[in-house]
Structures are given as C-alpha cells and as structure tokens.
Design a protein around this ligand. Sequence first.
Ligand SMILES: [Zn+2]
Length: 122
Amino acid sequence: MSDETVAAARPESCLADLTKAYPDCEKCGLAWDALDPNPPACRPMTFGRIRARLGAEIDRAMSSHDRLVGMRAEGIKQANPMPELSRAIELRAILRFIDRVSTNEAILDILNPRRKAARDDG
Ligand SMILES: [Zn+2]
C-alpha cells in the first residue's frame, strides 16, 4: 500500500506522522503499524473512550494488586501489592476528574467553541 493511499484515508485534522514506522494520532487516540494493510480509521477521542480506557486500566491494576496480595499471602516476600493499588487510586482520581470536566457546561464550551456558537445561534 502506498503512502498516498494511507494518507487519503486520514481526515485533514489527523496529526499522525505517516513517515514513521508506527504512526500515532493523539487527537484520535490511535497508533498502528505503518505496514498494516488496514490501518484504523481516525475518529476523535471522546470522553466515553477515555472513561472506558481508564476503567480497563483500573481493573488491570486491581487484578494485579489482588494477584500480588495472594503471592504475599503464600509467603513470597518480594511480591509488593502497594504500587498497583496506588496506580488504581491515581487512575480513579483521573476518572473522577474526567467525569467532572465532561459534565461541566462551561468547560465543554471552552473545549468545543462550535458547541457554544451553535447554542447561541439556536
Ligand atoms: Zn488522526
């Protein structure tokens, strides 16, 4: 597949550097292998996607924490469950922050000025 074909599948707003072996687009929250014949289509990052990712990471941290608690209980002294618990707590704080931001009308207007303009027009 040529670079032109890949580039044509990207919206103008895409931030991916298609000259890289592993292009990524922070705006869309995507990364892919440049050799992939079917690269993912760009789609804007949403609060829903951020929440889902954070939820999955919190679950992963708590699973790891639980596994390390079990290892510690079995007498494996090197097993330290605390870093994974700290990670889960910090991710939960980020999730609460996202929830507050995503439900605050003033912040949403700042993040998407067209949203406010459309409301002002209507
Ligand atoms: Zn993109």
